[in-house]
Design a protein around this ligand. Structure first.
Ligand code: UDP
Ligand code: MG
Length: 314
């Protein structure tokens, strides 16, 4: 029996690369016997001709589905929308810029046949990527893995194919601020990793900037660790011990008859403590903001149009 495979493709201003992407992927999936593939494009509020391109694919190809957001909600929301729209046996995530080599889909599907639940791509090099960005990202994953409850592979990419049960597990995580790599690590399952060279973008520009990357990294830490919440406690205890020691030293010096001018010490202590308190409040604020975000229960995205059959509308 033919297995159904949904390929979820988040697109944000990808007009330049979409025709090439579509042709390449179509060719690849038609050479995969035993699978009936559907392309689910999620237009993440693009301002260029992305939606027009998607509509033209859909007009001539019945296996193309698209949904278009009312504005840019981010790649994580686009991937969630794609997952919700999918009902297939197997689900794949693929970037629109052809940095994720569709030729890897064949071996990935074979791995699932062999009994793996997830087949995921892992970066082997960072050619074509900004040096500073790579360094920052490596440092982030090292730090994150040390303090979070899940182990995230630093080279892990969003490029993967999974079985229905894995897709359902990811869907069962309802948090608002989504960090897919962390969620995959959290749900577990038998994963086979595929080394994957980082290809240059086929066309168009990257949509990431340092602000987006920083907020993505922060989500990764704050969503998966409560160590920052406990830091004030540890800091407070150490500071208490330190200050008792400091007071003892002052007392001994005083008892030895030496005069100690107090103003400088007091000034330092006031500034230091104020900074520390602000820092702690900031950490609480981080979590509070996230709790607030979740409590508001707003939708992850808003769809303005789609060609999904109405029963499958998210
Ligand atoms: N993307 C998206 N919404 C965004 C940013 C990116 O749907 O707000 C999509 C983008 O169209 C591409 C994928 O996510 O298909 C990866 O984005 P990009 O290539 O810009 O990131 P990079 O590969 O440079 O990390
Ligand atoms: Mg890219």
């Amino acid at each position: 029996m033919m297995k159904t495979l949904d390929l979820i493709v988040p697109c944000y201003n990808e007009e330049a690369v979409l025709p090439l992407f579509y042709e390449t992927v179509r060719k690849t999936v038609s050479s995969l016997p035993g699978y009936r593939a559907t392309l689910i494009f999620v237009d993440d509020g693009s301002t260029d001709g992305t939606l027009r391109a998607l509509k033209s694919f859909a007009a001539r190809d019945a296996s193309v589905r698209y949904l278009s957001f009312s504005r840019n909600f981010g790649k994580e929301s686009a991937m969630l929308a794609g997952l919700r729209a999918s009902q297939s046996d197997l689900v794949a995530f693929l970037d629109a810029d052809l940095q994720h080599d569709p030729a890897l889909l064949g071996p990935m599907l074979e791995a699932l046949e062999e009994g793996y639940d997830v087949a995921a791509a892992k970066r082997t090099d960072r050619a074509g990527e900004n040096k500073l960005k790579s360094k920052l990202s490596d440092a982030f994953y090292r730090a994150a893995n040390r303090i979070t409850e899940v182990e995230i592979d630093p080279g892990a990419q969003d490029f993967r194919v999974m079985k229905r049960k894995v897709a359902d597990a990811i869907l069962s995580l309802s948090e608002h601020r989504r960090f897919t790599k962390g969620m995959f690590a959290f749900v577990g399952f038998k994963t086979k990793w595929f080394p994957h060279e980082n290809a240059e973008r086929a066309a168009g520009d990257t949509k990431w900037n340092y602000k987006k990357l920083l907020s993505y990294a922060a989500d990764g830490i704050f969503a998966y660790s409560d160590l920052p919440l406990r830091l004030p406690l540890y800091g407070g205890l150490s500071l208490l011990a330190g200050s008792v020691l400091f007071a003892l030293v002052l007392l001994i010096v005083r008892l030895c008859g030496v005069h100690v001018p107090g103003t400088l010490g007091v000034l330092f202590a006031v500034l230091f403590l104020a900074a520390l308190i602000l820092l702690c409040v900031g950490v609480f604020g981080e979590y509070l903001a996230r709790v607030y975000g979740e409590a508001k229960g707003r939708p992850h995205y808003i769809v303005s149009e789609s060609n999904l059959p109405s029963a499958r509308k998210p």
